[in-house]
Design a protein around this ligand. Structure first.
Ligand code: C5P
Length: 219
């Protein structure tokens, strides 16, 4: 029996990160925020004085990335999100990050991964898949409050524009575009508090786990 893998995909500020972390706590599973990998590649490419839109430069940085480098709080900033989405369009970058993510998902005890292509590309066989979303306005407000809390002084309209641009880029790229896997359950968190959203996610995952256990024990 392979481990229980939970794939949590969705756009920026949909609540998927918090949901993934809480699911990890509930099931005692390790959690990988895959956006952090792309954020790190974006920031480190810029830091090296190279262009995030240059596929070869960004892929080189991605191939050299080590897990120990992921702790930098700069990766959580608004600029890092933008740089991440620029490097994430390059096939070479995605290929360089693939093995690490797949190995994380293949841990014998199972894992939770959140991102954009977990249910479609990284772990297409995951027994539990969620696609977490919310309207761009709601997501922009959440992100705006979060950034303000971190001391970043930004206008709501600018954040909304960022979110729309990122959705278009992430959903429109050729390699591994953000989309709901056919067997993923859609969870719209627009009108839900984070506690209600987590509760809904938990129920979806519980049902998936019961199916997975029944299948695992009968085979
Ligand atoms: O989730 P987060 O906002 O941290 O992701 C930052 C960016 O990284 C996304 O906008 C997307 O371009 C890219 N990403 C991706 N595939 C993933 C996770 C993140 O392309 N699995």
């Amino acid at each position: 029996m392979t481990g229980f893998v939970i794939a949590v995909d969705g756009p920026a500020a949909s609540g998927k990160g918090t949901i993934a972390t809480r699911l990890g706590g509930l099931y005692s599973l390790p959690v990988l925020d895959t956006g952090l990998l792309y954020r790190a590649v974006g920031v480190l490419t810029e830091r090296a004085g190279r262009d995030p839109d240059d596929p070869a430069a960004a892929a080189e940085v991605a191939r050299a990335l080590r897990a120990e480098q992921l702790e930098d709080p700069v990766f959580r900033t608004r600029g890092a999100g933008e740089a991440a989405s620029r490097v994430a369009v390059h096939t070479g970058v995605r290929e360089a990050l693939l093995a690490f993510q797949r190995a994380f998902a293949a841990q014998p005890g199972g894992a939770v991964l959140d991102g954009r292509d977990i249910g479609t590309v990284i772990a297409p066989g995951a027994p539990a898949k969620l696609f977490v979303t919310a309207t761009p306005e709601v997501r922009a407000e959440r992100r705006w409050k979060q950034l303000k809390g971190q001391g970043e002084d930004v206008a709501f309209e600018d954040i909304l524009a960022d979110i729309r641009k990122r959705d278009a880029r992430d959903g429109g790229r050729d390699t591994a575009p953000m989309r709901q896997a056919e067997d993923a359950v859609l969870l719209d968190t627009s009108d839900l508090s984070i506690d209600r959203a987590f509760d809904a996610a938990r129920r979806i995952v519980e049902a998936a786990r019961a199916r997975w256990e029944a299948q695992s024990f009968s085979s």
